[in-house]
Design a protein around this ligand. Structure first.
Ligand code: HT7
Ligand code: ZN
Length: 873
């Protein structure tokens, strides 16, 4: 298949100044008339033919300046429309196509979800609606007329502002016209038609303009959109205050749909969301769901400036909008909630997803240099590592320069399709620093490993830290250069006081830039052995190896002024024990006790001051984290045993504390999703998990009672999750009851599927196959597939990686089935195989066989073909 390369970028031969779309909705025969004002691009090739993109299109008519084109004047196929000799000046091209939205199971282009019409155009879906120059550097103003049956689609929404609506004479049809004055690329086009309920609120922007905010949902679920609407308003206020960015239309609409390939989409003025990231009520959504809704509402809103007003020149620059917008939504959530707790959550996700990707056959640079299928590059690397790069940039140049750089970037690039270079140039200019070495972060894939060795010379009063860095080879990049790595650091005395020692290379903010393969820092005036606190706040996306003994790390848990490193210290010690246990080493009771005792002291002094933070400290690295740490010849069964064993040992030692928290933090008053209340629930439920690990009977009793009597979904689900770790009748009873209670709540049934798919027992595969027959499951709905099959493959380390290979064979068969309906979904599921090379040899062979089976299947989609071939490479 054809490979698209960054080096081959050239400007389009034609530009499209305006688009008038007339869409007459019909379940199986929607008519689209597109009127495009086209002109040759002065930067393009003179005299070139006009080649428009299409995808599975059915052309009905084509006219140029009002004249129907003769057969020899154009060439058409479902995939493209070529006008051989277009005029040398501006002309009007009118193209009519007919679509079948009901048959569109790929959920790209115009499709139906629960009977409603909606669109998804990023990255290349607009070409499934009409022939177009479907590339992000072709910006046009759009007017959309949408017509539909009044009963079928009483609500008609488009991009921009509503300008007209009315009835179609002599029929039961009506129409609405929407005008978007802001030039945009085709991937930001959207329309919606359907029967929808609405919640709304008016917002006044910083310059005093009124904007009508509205969220459209399935009728009857309006009250579940209140939280999302509130989050939208808070996002708008925040973007004005923190980045000086104001909204630029009279309306901002969000529509929630139940069939959606990703989380949400930032279409100009008309965001379309997976309903999972809009709908919430205390009875159906967990604290985590509320936090995700807040973050994703913010993310899509922030795209209005980072993505829409300034868009990407080409899809290689995807991180320009996605990395930057993730950074912005992370900052928003940190400001709205607890910054350290949020930072820990970000890093946990980064390590679980991006570090994993970076160490897999799918590793790629934040700005890739080539792709076969762009849909496969909406990855943790582009999004999450992309956000880390922006964060490092801010750390290096400082808060004030960062803000000035953002202002300059917006000022210069507003209304354009920009590149990573344009972005960096703005910051280089305001800070007066060269960022050419830093730019390597966009180009070099793989997670850098930084090793630090410490030397204390008491007599001289000096303390030296020797840093080395290296980045492992990744596909297409065998040799790596040193990166520019910001290390935020401090020294902590054993009694917890901070050590004020001098070191030339460390600035007053505690920032040192490690930009060579090896470098040393020498601190003077150090009167007693300090403990180094490195990469505070996780200042760079690197893996750190530190030669500190466990006891010294535990000083950081107790005393570091940096909350992230307090948590990190506990994780590092836990990981050392877990890796040793998994590898079959004995870890003495004294060693585990020392760790558990440190946790108890921490709980004594700190837990109730910040319960959310304490819950994170009490949660051991996941089985997938441990597998990643071990890195090769992984035995998931051994890891599972090791982790269960350590949970049990900690649960026993800390039993009194855990029971006390469980009692003291009991639910009081009505549910509120705020961070402080969520934190108390998190600590109580983390305590329950450890209680159950140490004492099955006690855990079962508490969890069964909580699953029954909980007043909110967070507590009910947490209890059921604990029960799933305890085989027996109580668990099965609770699972059945939960399934009955929520059988008409698809988003809650997703949680039910997930919990069962993650049970680490031999009969889970059969259970999952059985659940595929459940009335609530549907292979065509991405949320259902991800919650059942995706969770089995991504969360259930022991059962997906079964030694008999049955887990792999199962996933392969589902990927092939899903590929016929929805290639994007199938390709995402397939990425679960990306860890296959780190497994021990028997599993490796089974996985490779399953991958070969997929790769040999005729007519694979480009999405699946691309992932399977890279995974096997
Ligand atoms: N920019 C969007 C990414 C996206 C997408 C969304 C829904 C379905 C298919 C999609 N392909 C790409 C979402 C975002 O990052 O904000
Ligand atoms: Zn985004």
């Amino acid at each position: 298949a054809q490979i698209v390369r960054l080096v081959d970028y050239r400007p389009s031969d034609f530009l499209i100044d305006s688009v008038e779309l007339d869409v007459s909705l019909h379940p199986t025969a929607t008519q689209v008339r597109a009127t495009l004002v086209v002109r040759p691009n002065p930067d393009g090739r003179p005299g070139a033919p006009l080649v428009l993109d299409g995808d599975e299109l059915n052309l009905k008519a084509v006219a140029l300046d009002g004249r129907s084109l003769a057969e020899e004047e154009f060439e058409a196929s479902p995939q493209s429309l070529t006008i051989m000799q277009p005029p040398r000046q501006s002309f009007t091209l009118t193209v009519e196509t007919e679509l079948n939205p009901t048959a569109n199971t790929k959920l790209m282009g115009l499709y139906r979800s629960s009977g409603n019409y909606c669109t998804q155009c990023e990255a290349e879906g607009f070409r499934r609606i009409t022939y177009f120059l479907d590339r992000p550097d072709v910006l046009a103003v759009y007017t959309t007329r949408i017509e539909a049956d009044r009963d079928e689609a009483p609500v008609l929404l488009g991009n921009g502002n509503p300008v007209e609506s009315g009835s179609v004479e002599g029929s039961n049809r009506h129409y609405a016209v929407w005008e978007d004055p802001h030039p945009k690329p085709s991937y930001l086009f959207a329309l919606v038609g359907g029967r929808l309920g609405r919640v709304s609120k008016s917002f006044t922007t910083m310059s005093g303009r009124a904007v009508e905010l509205a969220i459209y949902v399935e009728p009857g679920k309006e009250d579940r959109a209140d939280y999302a609407l509130d989050a939208l308003e808070r996002s708008m206020v925040w973007d004005e205050r923190v980045f000086g960015r104001e909204y630029d239309l009279d309306v901002f609409n969000i529509v929630a749909v139940s069939d959606f390939n990703m989380g949400a989409m930032e279409n100009k003025g008309l965001n379309i969301f997976n309903d999972k990231y809009v709908l919430a009520s205390p009875e159906t959504a967990t604290d985590m769901d509320y936090a995700h809704i807040e973050a994703i509402i913010a993310h899509e809103y922030f795209h209005n400036w980072t993505g829409n007003r300034v868009t990407c020149r080409d899809w290689f620059q995807l991180c320009l909008k996605e990395g930057l917008t993730v950074f912005r939504d992370q900052e928003f959530s940190s400001d709205e909630r607890s910054r350290p707790v949020h930072r820990i959550a970000e890093v946990k996700t980064l390590r679980a997803r991006q570090f994993l990707e970076d160490s897999s056959p799918l590793a790629h640079p934040v700005r890739p240099t080539q792709y076969r299928e762009i849909n496969n590059f909406y990855t943790a690397t582009v999004y999450e590592k992309g956000a880390e790069i922006v964060r490092m940039l801010k750390t290096i140049i400082g808060n004030e320069s960062f803000r000035r750089g953002m202002d300059l970037y917006f000022e210069r690039c507003d209304g354009t399709a920009a590149t990573v270079e344009d972005f960096l140039e703005a910051f280089a200019e305001v800070s007066g620093r060269s960022l050419s070495h830093f730019a390597r972060w966009y180009e070099q894939s793989g997670t850098p490993r930084v090793t630090v060795k410490s030397h204390y010379d008491k007599a001289a009063g000096t303390y030296r830290l020797d840093f080395t860095q290296s980045t492992p080879p990744t596909p297409g990049q065998p040799n790596k250069e040193a990166m520019a790595i910001p290390v935020v650091l401090g020294l902590v005395a054993h009694d917890g006081s901070s050590v004020e020692a001098a070191c030339e290379q460390v600035d007053e903010r505690g920032v040192f830039i490690l930009d060579k393969a090896a470098d040393s820092l020498t601190f003077t005036g150090v009167t007693s052995l300090p403990v180094p606190s490195l990469f505070r706040g996780f200042s760079a996306p690197v893996k750190v190896t530190l030669d500190l003994p466990n006891e010294e790390l535990l000083v950081l848990l107790q005393h570091d002024s940096d909350a992230f490193n307090r948590w990190q210290a506990a994780q590092t010690v836990a990981m050392r024990h877990l890796a040793a246990l998994s590898n079959g080493a004995q870890v003495s009771d004294e060693e585990i006790d020392a760790f558990s005792t440190a946790l108890c002291s921490f709980m004594d002094t700190d837990a109730l001051r910040d319960p959310a933070f304490a819950a994170l400290v009490l949660t051991l690295p996941s089985e997938a984290d441990i597998a990643q740490e071990i890195g090769k010849d992984v035995d998931p069964d051994a890891i599972h045993r090791a982790r269960s064993d350590m949970r049990r040992r900690i649960g026993k030692t800390c039993s009194a504390h855990l029971h006390r928290f469980y009692e003291e933090l009991a639910d009081s008053g009505p549910y509120s999703p705020d961070a402080a209340s969520a934190g108390r629930r998190a600590l109580r439920n983390a305590s329950l998990d450890l209680i159950a690990a140490a004492d099955q009977a006690a855990g079962e009793e508490l969890a069964a009672a909580q699953a029954e009597s909980a007043s909110n979904m967070t507590d009910r689900l947490a209890a059921l999750s604990v029960l799933t770790t305890l085989p027996g009748a109580a668990r099965e009873e609770a699972i059945t009851q939960f399934g009955e209670r929520y059988r008409n709540e698809p988003l809650v049934m997703d949680k039910w599927f997930t919990l069962q798919a993650a049970i680490p027992e031999d009969d889970t595969l059969e259970r999952v196959k059985g659940l595929m027959e459940h009335q609530a499951f549907s292979i065509g709905n991405p949320n259902r597939v991800r919650s059942l099959i995706g969770s089995f493959a991504m969360l259930n380390q022991v059962q997906f990686n079964r030694i008999d290979g049955a887990g792999y064979d199962f996933l392969a068969s589902i990927v092939l089935r899903a590929d016929e309906l929805n290639p994007q979904l199938a390709a995402r599921l397939l990425t679960a195989f990306s860890t296959w090379r780190m497994m021990e040899s028997t599993r490796r062979e089974h996985a490779q066989r399953a991958l070969w089976t997929i790769s040999r299947k005729p007519n694979l989609s480009r999405d699946v073909g691309d992932i399977v071939s890279r995974t096997l490479d």
